[in-house]
Design a protein around this ligand. Structure first.
Ligand SMILES: C[S@@+](CC[C@H](N)C(=O)[O-])C[C@H]1O[C@@H](n2cnc3c(N)ncnc32)[C@H](O)[C@@H]1O
Length: 237
């Protein structure tokens, strides 16, 4: 484990440097890099749950202006220190709207922000703030995956409650996204092997190679995590 408090901004920075974290960050970097290259103008992005500012940094490097949003003042200060050009916005955990005007951004990234991605309001709000053709990149957790089922069963047995990450199956979540006016552009299934988020196991590169060789990333409906890129359509149903 890292010395930083679980869930703190330093914790997420530390885990990103471990073998499992590097695998996840590499996939997320590819997805965001591709999405920003394909997005139409204006070159303005919203980084929801920006944490220490990794994705804000990436987008700024690609010439975007970025509004970086978080509920944690410490995370937002870290992001602002790393990215003075970004606009930092502190939001309330109970907010059910995104901090942007209608059709004002061309990329929304919301990476590993469970309470937002799996909320009832997020898909609708992402659709509201994006311009037609704008890209949403987010991570969904899948209760219907083997890993999700096992984690859920373990949590129910030990603590008599649902697992906080694996509460929704990917298919209904995806349906909500489509109903909000999105077309799915890319889906990458991730995290098939049961490493903890902070794992630094030397087995990770081997397991990731097996995951790739077996093409498991192409099975989103069964994947524990799904990294999704969606395009906002011109009309909303
Ligand atoms: C796992 S970290 C991910 C940080 C960053 N997206 C990344 O991938 O490096 C989750 C972040 O989401 C933030 N967060 C949690 N709930 C939020 C909400 N309702 N609105 C905005 N940010 C939120 C947390 O404070 C934390 O900084």
């Amino acid at each position: 484990m890292t010395a930083a408090a679980l869930g703190s901004v330093q914790y997420w920075e530390d885990v990103a440097d471990r073998t499992w974290g590097r695998y996840i960050v590499a996939a997320e970097t590819d997805a965001i890099t591709e999405a920003q290259a394909a997005a139409p103008p204006p070159k303005h992005a919203l980084d929801v749950g920006c944490g220490g500012g990794r994705w804000t940094d990436l987008l700024l490097e690609h010439g975007w202006s970025v509004t970086a949003v978080d509920v944690d003042p410490e995370a937002l200060a870290t992001c602002a220190g790393r990215n003075p050009a970004a606009e930092p916005v502190l939001v309330d955990p109970h907010d059910e709207t995104l901090a942007a005007a209608d059709h004002s951004v061309a990329v929304v990234v919301c990476i590993e922000v469970l309470p937002v991605t799996h909320s009832d309001w997020f898909c609708r709000e992402a659709s509201r703030v994006l311009v037609p053709g704008g890209r949403l990149v987010t991570v969904a957790w899948n209760r219907s995956s083997l890993r999700g089922r096992a984690a859920g069963a373990r949590r129910r047995l030990r603590e008599g409650r649902q697992h906080e990450h694996y509460q929704t199956s990917y298919r209904p979540w995806r349906r909500r996204l489509v109903e909000a006016g999105f077309r799915i552009e890319a889906e990458r299934g991730l995290c098939w092997f049961p490493f903890g988020r902070a794992s630094d196991s030397r087995l990770v590169p081997f397991c990731v190679a097996v995951e790739r060789r077996l093409g498991l990333c192409r099975l989103p409906a069964l994947s524990p995590w799904v990294l999704v890129t969606a395009v906002r359509g011109t009309t909303v149903r």
